[in-house]
Ligand binder design. Structure first.
Ligand SMILES: NC(=O)C1=CN([C@@H]2O[C@H](COP(=O)(O)OP(=O)(O)OC[C@H]3O[C@@H](n4cnc5c(N)ncnc54)[C@H](OP(=O)(O)O)[C@@H]3O)[C@@H](O)[C@H]2O)C=CC1
Ligand SMILES: O=C(O)[C@@H]1CCC=N1
Length: 268
């Protein structure tokens, strides 16, 4: 069995470790590294995986998964550069960091894969986009796909689309949680106990998401089924249109994609 090293014991690092273990990977084949010893040791204890320094982890692993913030990527690549062997696959989860950026900071010919996952991977409902670098082999791409499939869906697509993937599904859960927060707040304004408002909103979200997935109907059709002529829903939707909520979503998602593009240039 190959050894996989996860560099960065944060939200995505732990999400991936837990997903790999749930999907049957032996904890002993997984290595984690971190900057804050307390954090990485706690993660390792929770999942029964090994902790190593970055250079040692790069030495033992054949699949190196980089889960640090884009702003920390250059320093990490410098640290592992001399420990990446021919035949290793380097998988980056960092927003904005291009395969070109990775290839230019790793030994010539290194097989790299850029991935954009999202946090629902924590409950095996992740959505990830993946793109191969110039030297990536079919086997390495399939391996990266399998890695991410352990906790959700994966789509392969050209790298030119990864900033859009970042803006839609990478950041997407935050937009949904934001809407959920607003709906709960509205329930409280209308006099519902907060716990009841939360239960109503969460189940409504889950039900609507399940309908979208299972019926495969267009969202417009599903929305129209809820919207009785002269009824309550159209009264609410008219307010959303008046407040340009749809346009705000498009502008917001464009801003996320633009920010993703900036991150590779090292702009903090
Ligand atoms: N969170 C999300 O929803 C998503 C995040 N991503 C991407 O995943 C990456 C990680 O994000 P996230 O997990 O949220 O971030 P976190 O800050 O939670 O985790 C990053 C971890 O990396 C550690 N770290 C920093 N530098 C090093 C280093 N040189 N060696 C080892 N560890 C280091 C940090 O240590 P310390 O604790 O000391 O800071 C931190 O624990 C980012 O690039 C982000 O763009 C992609 C999709 C979704
Ligand atoms: O906000 C971010 O930069 C990261 C990338 C996608 C989700 N979180």
């Amino acid at each position: 069995m190959t050894t996989t090293a996860i560099f960065g014991a944060g939200v995505m690092g732990e999400t991936l470790v837990s997903g790999l273990i749930r999907s049957g990977r032996t904890p002993g084949d997984l290595v984690v590294t971190g900057r804050s010893p307390d954090k990485v040791n706690a993660l390792a204890e929770r999942h029964g995986v090994r902790v190593m320094a970055n250079a040692d982890a790069a030495d033992v692993a054949d699949t190196l998964v980089l889960c640090v913030k884009p702003q920390d990527m250059a320093a990490l690549l410098e640290e592992i550069h001399d420990h990446v062997a021919p035949g290793d696959a380097v998988v980056s989860l960092a927003a904005g960091i291009t395969t070109e950026y990775l290839e230019s900071r790793l030994p010539e010919g290194t097989s790299v894969i850029r991935v954009m996952p999202n946090t629902p991977a924590l409950v095996d409902q992740g959505m990830a986009g993946i793109s191969p670098g110039r030297h990536c082999t079919d086997d390495h791409l399939a391996e990266a796909e399998a890695l991410l499939s352990s906790c959700g869906k994966v789509v392969r697509l050209p790298e030119k689309h990864l900033d859009a993937v970042t803006a839609i599904s990478g950041s997407g859960p935050a937009y949904i949680f934001y809407v959920v927060e607003a709906m709960i707040e509205a329930g409280v304004v209308l006099g519902l106990p907060r716990a009841t408002a939360t239960e109503l909103v969460v189940q409504t979200l889950y039900g609507a998401a399940t309908m979208l997935k299972e019926t495969k109907e267009h969202p417009t059709v599903l929305r129209e089924q809820v919207s009785s002529p002269g009824g309550t829903t159209v009264a609410a939707l008219r307010q959303l249109d008046d407040h340009k909520v749809r346009a705000a979503f498009v502008t917001a998602i464009e801003a996320a994609a633009a920010r993703s593009k900036e991150l590779a240039s090292g702009q903090v």
